[in-house]
Design a protein around this ligand. Structure first.
Ligand code: AMP
Ligand code: MG
Length: 256
């Protein structure tokens, strides 16, 4: 982990251009090199800024937990370029997973499926399932495609603090614990992805997000439950540790 503050590189990528400007491409290249050598890069997605590294390298993944101060019991979402990359990590790819990916990817839908051995145990907090998502953001997609790796990328903030929706939030929260920050402007959604457990029926929403239950049901043609309401807290914590009662803890005092 570096001891000095990270560079913040602005990614200038005009809306209608298929590729970023040459200067931005240099910045992206640096990010790819860092990810390939086990570094931590903060970058925008359509939900919030993520703290990304090679998901298939357990030492790199360990660095994410250290930088965030995240408990080892809280698994990470793995970001993929497309369905094909997702299938290289999934021991089983149920029809539901396929339907959700076909309809909502790229987008804020995270799919939980049984994991293959190549996914390191620390990514899944020792569990047998892995959470997969294909983000709808050109910068994140570029880094995944150019590095060739699926990327573990939880929100780029210290654990239990608010998720960052711009580059300056990342710097305030992580400081020297991140190697490089790519500034791609404000995130579109500003809240984390919907997490859907596809390993059991009825399908459960483990974490509510931008895609709601009604929308999922209309696409799947099946009942979808929201786990936090349908099962006891002990089980919820086991199935999706990010739903711990204390998870997002703003520090600003509130007066009613
Ligand atoms: P974050 O990356 O901080 O946005 O949080 C990731 C969310 O996905 C947390 O709520 C995790 O508990 C949840 N998650 C990640 N992997 C799994 C998994 N294999 N099974 C269930 N929930 C998961
Ligand atoms: Mg988070």
């Amino acid at each position: 982990m570096a001891s000095r503050l990270p560079d913040i590189l602005t990614i200038d990528w005009p809306k209608n251009a298929t590729s970023p400007t040459p200067a931005a491409q240099l910045a992206l290249k640096r990010a790819v090199q860092l990810v390939r050598s086990g570094g931590l890069v903060a970058l925008p997605t359509e939900t919030v800024y993520g703290l990304a590294t090679d998901a298939l390298d357990s030492e790199s993944v360990d660095r994410i937990f250290q930088a965030k101060g995240r408990p080892a019991t809280n698994p990470l979402i793995v970001h993929v370029a497309d369905k094909e990359m997702a299938k290289t990590l999934a021991a089983d790819w149920p029809d539901t997973a396929d339907a959700i990916a076909s309809h909502f990817w790229p987008g804020p839908a995270t799919i939980v499926v049984p994991k293959k051995k190549i996914v390191p145990d620390n990514v899944t907090a020792g569990g047998s399932t892995v959470a997969l998502r294909c983000p709808d953001h050109r910068i994140m997609q570029w880094i995944i495609n150019q590095s060739g790796y699926p990327l573990a990328a939880p929100s780029a903030n210290r654990s239990e603090s608010l998720s960052p929706t711009c580059a300056s939030h990342v710097l305030e929260s992580l400081r020297h614990r991140v190697d490089l920050i790519l500034d791609g402007g404000q995130c579109v959604h500003g809240i984390e992805s919907t997490v859907i457990d596809c390993t059991a029926t009825p399908f459960h929403i483990l974490r509510p997000g931008p895609i709601d239950r009604e929308h999922l049901e209309s696409i799947l043609g099946e009942t979808v439950t929201v786990n936090a309401q349908s099962i006891d807290m002990h089980q919820t914590q086991t199935r999706s540790p990010g739903l711990h009662a204390r998870h997002y803890a703003p520090k600003t005092p509130l007066e009613l």
